[in-house]
Design a protein around this ligand. Sequence first.
Ligand SMILES: Cc1ncc(COP(=O)(O)O)c(C=O)c1O
Ligand SMILES: N[C@@H](CCOP(=O)(O)O)C(=O)O
Length: 507
Amino acid sequence: MASSQLFNSFLSYSSLVNSHSTSTVHHYMPKLVIKCNNTPIAVNNISPPPPSPSNINFSAKYVPFNSISTNTSTTESYSLDEIVYRSQAGGLLDIQHDMEALKQFDREYWKTVFDSRTGTTKWPYGSGEWSKKEWVLPEIDNDDIVSAFEGNSNLFWAERFGKKILEMNDLWVKHCGISHTGSFKDLGMTVLVSQVNRLRKMNVPLVGVGCASTGDTSAALSAYCAAADIPSIVFLPANKISMAQLVQPIANGSFVLSIDTDFDGCMKLIREITSELPIYLANSLNSLRLEGQKTAAIEILQQFDWEVPDWVIVPGGNLGNIYAFYKGFKMCQELGLVDRIPRLVCAQATNANPLFLYYKSGWKEFRPLKASTTFASAIQIGDPVSIDRAVYALKNSNGIVEEATEEELMDAMALADSTGMFICPHTGVALTALIKLRNSGIIGSTDKTVVVSTAHGLKFTQSKIDYQSREIKDMACKYANPPVKVKAEFGSVMDVLKKYLSNTRLH
Ligand SMILES: Cc1ncc(COP(=O)(O)O)c(C=O)c1O
Ligand SMILES: N[C@@H](CCOP(=O)(O)O)C(=O)O
């Protein structure tokens, strides 16, 4: 029986005036106190943070992204309680925090606050993301937050992959796919849906929330909306997302439209629809999403005890996430928690590489393209909405853009899996970028390097099955490990085992 058969048998509107709620830092670190000569001594490693001055209110607002990227002052700004996705000139928006208020507290204060909340169950700070609430959405009431305690994702040492494949001893994987719905999108969606929850409580006439998706944004949107009993509507390109991704919004009760176009077509439609109907736009064009996603960068620094990695490699599609990482790192630098930021690498599939081509042209001319089918299906995007944000992030981090062919990304995924990971094809794209930059000597053997794994491998099992079955046309699938069919009798099992063991190293 062909190995593929074996596998088959395993399968079968309106603007509102902001009613600013005040938000100050609270301390929830449970303090263990012992008494020595009747003098209380706090025995936690971390001393309790100083009380926050009651007159400091943290706040954030929308401003034109252009004013950030060109460092120009502007009077144009919007409350986060307004429904606005674009600047007056039609450009992107960004969220600007009151940095002066945040700076009233020194770096040790913030480190202590973040550390004290990590791993607790105290609402909402048990979420890795909301543990940094003052830096994310400072004015929201805790009762309005919709959270599945996302964040706090693994940052693990990829020792064997690093040493065996790349002669690297400081390679790490930030596994953002170990999350509520299996991708980093949860980080952005908890913020966006929380804000919608707040708006609905303020009687803003929003009937629901909508997105276009390659599968992960829709999964996250539907789960968070379902948790808050908010209707969600998702536009999916027909036959272009994995089964595991498709079933998520269906199970969570979204209104699912399967549309005969690609992601870019769905994105165009949802933008038009959300400008006509009171449906809130949940794609990363909406800068609220990036406020959540930036916490993955802050978390990496926190997990390294505020030591800055040399490189962070992120797979890119609609290109919000690469900017979110930049923003998180930059905020830590501006608030003095670190003194530099890592160099960022954005990795694209060759079949969907508009940013790579733009980079290779020396940033001369950006040309949207029609993305071709790729195993990295969640980044099959030819006209990314956050192109300007991505360029800014890369230019300001001395960044690099790389690309991966289908064979390269699938081989990288299989190699990583063979060292004990179980990554998604998009992480295969990021690993390909790493392999290329390492082989060319740009990334050194001792460079502290983080590869961002953006989704769980279990969402993309079909691509792994195709590869492991050597079922992919024009692909050698050189790291495939298909199962062996054997008769149910002792002698046959012994024969195949002896053959296997004769090729296996003994330690
Ligand atoms: C698994 C996965 N990786 C990477 C990306 C790329 O992120 P971004 O669109 O923010 O560039 C996406 C979505 O686009 C995704 O779903
Ligand atoms: N990969 C994304 C594509 C849409 O990106 P977004 O960040 O703008 O929502 C998805 O999973 O849909």
